[in-house]
Every structure is written in C-alpha cells, then in structure tokens.
Design a protein around this ligand. Structure first.
Ligand SMILES: [Zn+2]
Length: 252
C-alpha cells in the first residue's frame, strides 16, 4: 500500500480497496493545504535532537530521564496514550525535566493496516489523555514504525500536528554491544539529525512475556546502555542536543 498523489490510499487487496472507498467517501470533509513531514532539519548549526518512543515505561523512562539530566539535555518523547494512562507520574517527571511530548498513538497499532475510524481514535485518544494531564505544546505526531497512511496524515493535520519521522537509528537491530551502537550513532549523526531511540517496547507493552516483547526489551536495554557514550562522543564533536521543536524552529 502507498500514498497516491491525490492523498488517497492505493489499495493492494479487496479489504484495502474497501478502506480506500471509505477514505474517499469523506471527500467534502477532506483537509486542504499542505502537510509537513520531518525526517531531519536543514541546518548548518551544530544542533540535533534525540527522540524516545513508546513510553512512559517504568523499566526505561526513569533510566533515560536520569541520563538526560546528568548531561543537562532536553529531548522529545513520542508517548503511547495507553502508557500515559498507566504511568501519569512518569509523564509528569518527563515534563518537569523540561522535555517535549509528542503523540505516538494510543496503543501502537500499525496504521497502514487500520481503517479511517481506528486511525482517528488512535491519534485522538493519545492527544486527549496527554491533555488530561498537561497543556504542554503538542506539535508532533510520530506514526508507529514510521508507517504513514493517508488517514494518519489527515488526522495528524486535523489535530494540528506535523508528522515526525527520523534520520538516524541505533543501527543494526541484532547488535547487542552498547559500545558498537554508540559508535554507529556517533558516526551517523550530523547537524539537524533526528535520532530515533526508545523508552518503551511499543506493541510488546500488551504481551510482555511474548518472545518478540522480550527481544524488544533486550534491544531497548542495549539502546539505553549505549546512550551515555553516544551523548559524550556527540558533545565532544561540538554538537548540542535540543528538542525537535527547537531544532525545527532554527531550521532553514
Ligand atoms: Zn513506537
């Protein structure tokens, strides 16, 4: 499935075709104008942004906050609404430390496989639960796994979000040595980079004992262990970490 030039979802099966029709049927209500999608920011200034997806999660968020506090860094946290409802104190701690919050849907569904109605609910429920606890500015929506659909762009636009992707990852998923992960990321970043990391386990949240959830937990642990060395190497190179909002504001 892909996104057509007119904004309709290109279908690859009968089921998808039905979804396309329901999306097109909304014709007169479709949004107009342009929608911004960010992978990285164009800038010569020595700034980049860290993003942590899937939290707040008691296993990871406190560790990430502690590391960021040690280096006096502010980052952007695309949160899952379900996890906000479960862990409001962690959302509060994240906000109190001056970090930025973004929308990462309610339960981390693959939006490319969901219909218009589910997609709308996924974005709105996450937005609303954050708003239950805070009036912090919410500028960015990040689709789970970066799987962007026509509906997801529509509802991101409707709520007022910019779609946020990333330009740097932790590297090969099978890498278990935090030093190698830190080294890979340090070599990959440049001014304007947006780095994808995690303080939660996404869909694994709902079945923590499943093999894929355990593997994700391991993988996230490696990311968090790599974080201090990656931060130190990046700071030594003369770059500074800021939130995605600040990075977007200084971009060309
Ligand atoms: Zn995620």
């Amino acid at each position: 499935m892909g996104i057509g030039a007119t904004g309709t979802v290109l279908a690859s099966s009968q089921q998808d075709s039905d979804r396309t029709r329901s999306f097109e049927a909304a014709g007169p209500d479709l949004p107009r104008g342009t929608h911004r999608m960010i992978w990285s920011i164009e800038t010569d200034q020595p700034y980049l942004a860290l993003t942590f997806d899937d939290g707040p999660d008691p296993d990871f968020t406190p560790r990430v906050l502690e590391i960021l506090q040690k280096y006096k860094i502010q980052a952007t946290f695309p949160v899952m609404g379900f996890n906000v409802e479960k862990n409001p104190a962690l959302l509060d701690a994240t906000l109190k430390a001056g970090h930025e919050i973004a929308n990462h849907t309610w339960t981390h569904q693959r939006l490319s496989l969901q219909d218009d109605k589910v997609t709308k609910e996924q974005l709105h429920r996450c937005h609303d639960i954050i708003r239950n606890y805070s009036d912090t500015p919410l500028r960015f929506f990040r689709a789970p796994r970066g799987e962007v659909s026509g509906s997801c762009i529509r509802y991101a636009q409707e709520i007022g979000y910019t779609s946020l992707l990333w330009s740097v990852t932790r590297g090969p998923g099978k890498e278990t040595n935090p030093r190698h992960v830190a080294s890979y990321m340090s070599k990959t970043v440049r001014p304007g980079s947006i780095v994808l990391l995690h303080d939660g386990i996404g869909a694994g949240t709902f079945n923590r004992q499943a093999n894929f959830a355990r593997e994700l937990h391991e993988k996230r642990s490696v990311e968090v262990k790599a974080l201090p060395e990656f931060i130190e190497r990046t700071l030594e190179s003369g770059m500074e970490f800021i939130t995605v909002s600040k990075l977007a504001d200084i971009g060309k």
